[in-house]
Design a protein around this ligand. Structure first.
Ligand code: MLY
Length: 265
């Protein structure tokens, strides 16, 4: 049986150091998760952040909630920390004079929204106000440095948290590189993102932590650039040659952040 992932050993093996906890917009002492599956709350629609919708807690992982917008399908679940400012108790929206919106892609006719809302809230178990925790303040500045280790949400598989490394720092942004995945899941985010955590966060909050992938990243000095740039296929990513085709972190560009520019024209 393979040993479970251990940060202690991994940091030694890779002779690297964790990003100091003060770099992150996370509580020093993680909050408790007092939500229960089935509870309803208000949440900003991740696909339309100006609209507030009703969401149901579908699952709990550590101090994160798996949420589904009522009236949406089951393929757009999203995850939020219990101290996220994206979630609030039912009734908050009404207090501020706002209206609860149907989620983007509401599965019924828009005209049936008021009745749907009435039915969905009737007899619903509402998450208690005490379950919502205050969002921690953002650190005064970006103090991440390249090479620092951390735990980060895999945005392509957002239920997963994985060991990662700061690849680059630019102004307010940091480049998150997933250890052992050769760039396929890397992304730029703000230094105060709620999706990045200090080493040990998963253990502390009883969230599962993925082990690093098994692709080796060669040191810069040993990397050989491919002679002609070509899109790597799924197959080529599996081949041992993947080690010889490094994909350097991308520059932050306004408008096309995190994406490879098609051409420079
Ligand atoms: N099996 C999936 C999930 C990969 C997850 C990668 N994360 C952990 C960085 C895939 O290979 O696409």
């Amino acid at each position: 049986l393979k040993d479970a992932f251990s940060w202690e050993e991994y940091l030694k093996e890779t002779s690297s150091t964790p990003a100091p906890p003060g770099c992150f917009r996370q509580a020093r002492v993680p909050p408790s998760n007092d939500f229960k599956v089935g509870m309803k709350l208000e949440a900003h629609d991740p696909r339309n952040s100006t609209s507030v919708c009703i969401a149901t807690v579908m699952g709990l992982t550590g101090v994160r909630l798996r949420l589904r917008l009522d009236g949406s399908d089951n393929s757009n679940d999203f995850w939020r920390l219990v101290d996220s400012s994206d979630i609030q108790p039912i009734g908050t929206c009404e207090k501020t004079g706002d209206m609860l919106q149907p989620p983007l892609g509401f599965r019924m006719n828009a005209s049936s929204w008021p009745m749907f809302l009435l039915r969905t809230l009737n007899g619903a178990e509402m998450a208690p106000v005490t379950a919502f925790k205050k969002e921690p303040p953002r650190p005064p500045q970006n103090s991440f440095k390249p090479g620092m280790k951390l735990e980060a949400v895999d945005k392509k598989n957002p239920y997963l948290i994985c060991p990662a490394t700061i690849g680059e720092v630019r102004g307010e942004e940091v480049f998150i590189m997933f250890d052992g995945w050769r760039g396929a899941f890397d992304y730029w985010c703000k230094y105060d993102s709620r999706d990045i955590f200090p080493v040990g966060w998963c253990t502390l909050t009883k969230h599962s932590l993925q082990p690093p992938g098994n692709s080796v990243t060669l040191p810069k000095s040993l990397q050989i650039l491919p002679s002609s740039p070509s899109k790597p296929s799924r197959r080529s990513m599996q081949s041992p040659y993947r080690l010889l085709t490094p994909l350097p972190p991308l520059p932050v560009r306004k408008g096309v952040r995190g994406r490879r520019p098609k051409s420079e024209t």
